[in-house]
Ligand binder design. Structure first.
Ligand SMILES: [Mg+2]
Length: 202
């Protein structure tokens, strides 16, 4: 036979255990609810389809005076532009007619943590094509190996570069150092809205 004091002690221990278990259970539910509500650290995509953005470098993102021998001048808003397109597109590719020796350090400066550009294509990836009797440097987007070129965009200040896939071309004015230039802001708005519209219509 247990004494009254022993029974009281056992009851007290049971009550304390029940309270502790209820508290732990409540905190666990709160933690999982908070985790579910927290925004994902993965980039948010606006659409179920894969969208790829291809960017020219010279006179589109930067201007490097003296034919590439001076330090590059970044186009106004280029950092914000790159951050936002990396969130919006599934992949951002740089495709430049510049040499790797010149362009690679410039791209490292724009993307020091290598989070923006998924691929880097240099001069040797360009094609020489005769356009209206003139040999021209062309960026053939089929080189990307994307299944759906209708969801690939190429922003380039030289329209002849997208002559083979004109529907993918996004024209932009040439940048030569004007500090009041806002072309990247306008281009960003166009690109983001196009991807968002595709997400709504699908
Ligand atoms: Mg260019």
């Amino acid at each position: 036979m247990m004494s009254r004091s022993t029974i009281a002690w056992v009851v007290a221990v049971l009550v304390i255990c029940t309270v502790i278990m209820a508290y732990v259970s409540m905190r666990t539910k709160e933690a999982s609810a908070a985790a579910a509500a927290a925004p994902s650290s993965a980039p948010r995509k606006k659409t179920r389809h894969r969208w790829v953005l291809v960017l020219d470098l010279d006179e589109t993102l930067v201007h490097t005076p003296n034919e590439g021998r001076a330090d590059p001048i970044e186009r106004p808003f280029v950092r914000e532009f790159l951050r936002r397109v990396a969130e919006t597109f599934d992949e951002v590719v740089v495709f430049t007619a510049g040499t790797k020796e010149y362009a690679s350090p410039v791209l490292d400066g724009l993307d020091p943590e290598r989070r923006i550009f998924g691929r880097r294509l240099y001069r040797e990836s360009c094609s020489i094509v005769e356009l209206a009797g003139v040999l021209s440097v062309v960026k053939d987007l089929r080189r990307l190996g994307e299944a759906d070129l209708s969801r690939v965009r190429l922003v380039d200040n030289t329209p002849s570069t997208y002559a083979l896939q004109p529907a993918s071309g996004v024209p932009i004015s040439s940048f030569y150092g004007d500090p009041s230039d806002r072309a990247l802001v306008e281009t960003l708005a166009r690109l983001v809205s196009e991807v968002a519209m595709d997400g709504r219509s699908s």
